[in-house]
Design a protein. Structure first.
Length: 506
């Protein structure tokens, strides 16, 4: 990765193992990605898997090696398990600007057949690459992690905490609650909900019946724009989301998504968590109208089409506002706020086990995810809930990855064109300004900016399992406008037990 590696652990639970896209543990789910369409639902992450296939044999209290083994302290009698492991990361990089990072913490997990609990805490200090430092200056947060504490001129400290509880009373129902991240989609990015912002308190209910999986997700979010780090000025808000994933035949999966965001307190007083949005079987737009409240409603589709035993097409569409008659006019009205994703993924390319390739394109119109009430925009802690480029962009990306028993190599290339604001303008990328009522808008309007991000990473796993790894990474990033050209290059090495579930490639 770049000189900054934001450290986010993946979650392992008794009877459930949470798998996040892009992590080395993705290898464990490749078979599920290409199994019969009616046998696995994989558009909502973290995916849960049976721990018994991952946690080894029955054993009493055991002390392990902090580097070579999965856990420092563990116990498993097949009915109840408990383990503790240290989490650490050391990295240094040279290039356009020297970078370094050191971080450490702990992970604790325990559980029985139908429930599990995990808690981890991480503390670190980083010397950022220049483009991340610019991001922090603009948004007052480290990407995907939260607020940065200035330790020295070029050194920032941070912390991250995650707590998760899972209860699975039957194969048809599961409850998850805690503080963490969720992802909806089959792509590397998501236009509906991604790992882009920091963790948030959440409640997730999953129901499986026949060929359908229905997910209810409730989030506690924070609006900190303009607070200048003063917690007393943070404004609370909430989000309620529905996602119905339906397997239609053997090849087609169709997902229907709906979300609503509302503020904790408005001009009429404290609303808190609006119980009208608790009903899991309603559409949010009619409820919003019945409340007489201009809450922010987002709708979307998620599609996956199997094209063979080892490949599939996938896509998404998000509709922040949709006025068909206005679209037919084709005059670029600012209230027509939509985004589209298309992608193709293949595994075991040319018969090589563990070799996968992905092509993906993302397109988001200006002002998408914004709202007339800025507090109700589609963000959390000054970051987009969906794509890290926010809005007013088009992007293409390519990923080639090979994972074997002891090695993982990744080549990632992304290219984007986006429109930025000049002083005193709002061209549609800033999600924290209410959108205007204007015509003639188009993608990449404003200061046209080209962005290229390339990364080559090689990891070698040390000891048992895919936990501790030594790695080397080469990154090149270029950002250019008609008036300015910025290049950043870095080569770094390190040793780590973290696999980030967030984005730095922007």
């Amino acid at each position: 990765m770049t000189g900054l590696l934001i450290l986010v652990t993946f979650s392992l639970h008794a009877q459930q193992f949470n798998v996040m896209p892009g992590s080395p543990s993705d290898l464990s789910t490749e078979g599920q990605q290409f199994s019969r369409a009616d046998s696995c639902f994989n558009a909502v992450y973290p995916i849960t898997m049976d721990l018994r296939t991952l946690n080894g044999e029955k054993h009493g209290l055991k002390v392990g090696h902090p580097v070579k083994q999965q856990d420092l302290l563990s116990f498993n009698n097949q009915k109840w398990m408990f383990n503790v492991a240290p989490v650490y990361h050391f990295q240094g990089g040279l290039g356009t600007q020297s970078t370094s990072e050191v971080g450490g913490g702990f992970r604790l997990r325990t559980g029985q057949a139908k429930w599990s609990f995990e808690m981890n805490g991480i503390w670190g200090a980083s010397r950022m690459p220049p483009y991340i430092s610019t991001y922090i200056d603009s948004f007052e947060v480290i990407p995907g992690t939260g607020r940065a504490k200035q330790l020295e001129d070029d050194l920032v400290g941070w912390r991250s905490r995650r707590i998760q509880f899972i209860w699975t009373p039957s194969r048809h129902f599961q409850l998850q609650a805690g503080r963490g991240k969720n992802f909806i989609g089959n792509g590397y990015r998501s236009l509906l909900l991604s790992y882009n912002p920091r963790s948030s308190p959440y409640l997730r209910l999953t129901t499986r019946v026949w060929k359908m999986q229905y997910t209810n997700l409730f989030l506690k979010l924070e609006h900190i724009n303009g607070a200048s780090g003063q917690k007393e000025k943070y404004q609370g808000k909430y989000a309620a989301m529905h996602f119905l994933d339906w397997h239609i035949g053997r090849a087609l999966s169709l997902g229907i998504f709906e979300a609503v965001v509302w503020q904790h307190e408005d001009s009429e007083g404290i609303r808190g968590f609006d119980i009208n949005y608790l009903n899991p079987f309603i559409f949010y737009r009619p409820v919003e109208f019945s409340l007489g409240s201009p809450d922010n409603v987002l709708m979307g589709l998620n599609v996956r089409i199997m094209t063979g035993k080892k490949s599939y097409w996938y896509g998404q569409a998000c509709l922040d506002e949709f006025f068909f008659q206005e679209i037919r006019k084709w005059d670029g009205w600012s209230s027509n706020k939509q985004g589209v994703q298309m992608g193709w993924r293949v595994v075991d390319v040319l018969g090589k086990k563990g070799l996968s390739v992905r092509f993906e394109a993302n397109y988001v119109r200006p002002y998408t995810y914004t709202h007339v009430v800025s507090t109700q925009n589609y963000t959390h802690f000054n970051e987009a809930l969906a794509h890290p480029l926010r809005a007013n962009f088009v992007e293409g990306l390519f990923r080639l990855q090979h994972i074997s028993e002891k090695w993982m190599q990744t080549v990632h290339v992304s290219m984007a064109l986006y429109g930025d604001d000049s002083t005193g303008t709002h061209m549609g990328r800033n999600l924290f300004i209410p959108y205007p009522d204007t015509r003639g808008n188009h993608v990449a309007q404003g200061i046209k900016t080209g962005l290229v991000f390339c990364e080559v990473t090689c990891r070698k796993w040390i000891g048992e399992g895919r936990r501790t790894n030594a790695f080397a990474s080469l990154v090149w990033r270029m950002e250019a406008t008609a008036a300015e050209h910025k290049d950043y290059a870095n080569i770094s090495v390190g040793i780590s037990t973290w696999f980030p579930s967030r984005y730095l490639d922007f």
